[in-house]
Design a protein around this ligand. Structure first.
Ligand code: HEC
Ligand code: HEC
Ligand code: HEC
Ligand code: HEC
Ligand code: HEC
Length: 340
């Protein structure tokens, strides 16, 4: 009896402690990772900065998803799914989303002032440059600056990946890869990714050592990227290795694929994490991964050619890696043709 009570007591206490610490963490996650305007009139908005920084503004508004991070369909639908229509959920969770995605009232996503800071109230823009933007550049050059929003427990681990990477050892920061100066030799504000430019990969990914001993096909996928895992951080991007078999006439007989991504399950209850990581098959930085497929015996004589590709897909936050749900796919990053 006493034992049972002790166990019960222990459970109650640990649940309470757990709930308290979860609550505290949740409260801390609701604190905006940027300087929050008291009212939207206190924020000048990106168009104001554009009067003098037109080129940077154009890169940001046309290329960077930072500019739409409070407006895009994926954000709104995922937010509604997580918060449901419950007022309590909205109070608990919604603020947390805006803490990284940008000021809700201003609704310009992650804009100039989110990263560089608000114009000092009652001061001119020239004084703000002198007192804030110029000294602010010291921190802006560090990877740590991006980590404020790009690292979130097991969901986004791009900064901790980077800390362990060869790039970090060589002082190659996030900014050095994602903001390479272009025309005017100013930091590029489109924040390159595969969606924006295929060139970001150059020769980073390869398929090698293809061996076919029917029915077994084996190969290696090589990730030479030195900065972080591929695909990076969050759940929305998936890298897919696909093998298709063709007959003499060029008709596709069969295809099979393997995806590299983090797979999440959305939790039905409101908690610290709205989702749970089920599996992580990302290619780690500088990883060489051996992959094997067993092809169907049935096509042994008919199949004359195999085409092997690596492509990126973009999906909403909850997909379990099912590429049929993708709303965007890249050109093949790697394309190999093999005679059988
Ligand atoms: C009246 C024109 C003007 C406006 C408006 C303006 N800037 Fe600038 N800004 C400049 C000039 C000129 C420079 C220095 C040359 C350069 O780097 O383009 C500068 C430089 C900067 C720098 C680099 C800091 C440094 O000195 O190394 C940052 C960051 C910056 N501006 C941010 C902003 C942001 C954010 C806004 C909007 C809130 C803004 N600026 C609005 C004219 C302006
Ligand atoms: C205030 C929070 C915040 C900061 C600081 C921040 N980001 Fe982001 N970033 C986001 C959010 C939110 C998204 C997702 C936007 C979306 O897809 O809706 C994002 C998306 C991105 C993407 C995908 C971009 C694209 O256009 O497809 C890249 C790359 C990126 N950020 C790089 C960086 C780098 C590099 C830094 C540091 C210089 C940085 N970010 C700083 C919040 C932030
Ligand atoms: C710690 C900061 C942070 C918090 C908190 C956060 N996000 Fe994000 N979110 C990001 C960043 C950074 C990205 C883009 C980078 C990536 O995917 O690796 C992103 C990407 C997304 C995407 C994918 C966007 C696209 O274009 O496909 C969705 C959807 C999203 N977030 C919704 C939410 C919702 C809803 C919440 C609240 C429950 C939330 N986020 C909370 C930082 C955050
Ligand atoms: C050595 C160069 C390099 C460094 C350093 C680097 N990246 Fe990347 N990053 C890339 C490449 C290449 C991609 C293209 C993959 C893609 O778009 O999914 C990428 C993709 C991304 C994406 C898009 C991921 C997605 O799946 O939606 C984000 C976000 C990102 N990086 C953030 C960061 C942050 C934050 C840092 C610093 C902590 C960083 N990167 C450091 C090269 C780099
Ligand atoms: C996601 C964060 C982020 C956003 C959004 C952002 N910036 Fe920046 N900005 C940076 C970083 C990081 C640097 C590079 C700092 C460095 O390397 O010195 C930078 C550099 C600059 C510079 C100096 C350019 C140079 O190379 O001399 C100016 C000017 C500037 N930003 C203006 C703007 C304006 C205007 C906007 C809005 C249209 C904006 N930024 C949006 C992060 C951001």
């Amino acid at each position: 009896m006493r034992k049972a009570f002790n166990l019960f007591g222990f459970l109650v206490i640990s649940l309470a402690v757990n709930a308290c610490s979860e609550y505290e963490i949740l409260q801390s996650m609701k604190v905006p990772k940027y300087e929050l305007a008291e009212s939207s009139s206190e924020s000048k908005g990106a168009k104001f900065c554009a009067t003098c920084h037109k080129q940077i503004y154009d890169q940001w508004i046309t290329k960077s998803s930072h500019a739409v991070s409070t407006k895009n369909k994926a954000f709104i639908s995922f937010k509604n799914k997580v918060t449901g229509n419950y007022i309590l959920n909205k109070l608990l969770v919604e603020e947390m989303c805006y803490a990284c995605h940008g000021n809700k009232e201003v609704n310009e996503g992650v804009n100039c002032e989110t990263c560089h800071g608000l114009v000092i109230s009652g001061e001119s823009i020239a004084v703000t440059h002198e007192k804030k933007y110029k000294p602010g550049r010291v921190l802006l050059k560090e990877s740590k600056f991006c980590a404020k929003c790009h690292e979130l427990q097991e969901a986004m681990t791009v900064y901790s990946d980077w800390q362990r990477s060869t790039a970090a050892k060589n002082s190659i920061t996030c900014q050095k890869c994602h903001m390479i100066p272009r025309e005017e030799q100013k930091s590029y504000h489109g924040f390159d990714t595969i969606v924006i430019s295929k060139d970001i990969y150059r020769d980073d990914l390869a398929i090698d050592d293809i061996q076919i001993d029917y029915p077994e096909l084996s190969l290696i996928v090589v990730n030479k990227m030195t900065g972080h895992a591929v695909p990076a951080g969050g759940p929305s991007r998936v890298l897919v290795l696909a093998v298709s078999l063709f007959d003499e006439q060029g008709t596709e007989l069969y295809s099979v694929s393997e995806s590299f991504a983090k797979k999440f399950k959305l939790m039905p209850i409101v908690g610290l994490m709205p989702y749970k990581l089920l599996e992580n098959t990302q290619l780690q930085s500088e990883e060489i991964r051996q992959v094997k497929f067993t092809l169907p015996e049935f096509f042994k004589d008919k199949a004359k050619k195999a085409i092997i590709t690596l492509k990126f897909y973009e999906m909403s936050g909850e997909h379990l890696g099912d590429i049929a749900q993708a709303y965007w796919e890249s050109e093949p990053i790697v394309f190999k043709e093999v005679d059988l």
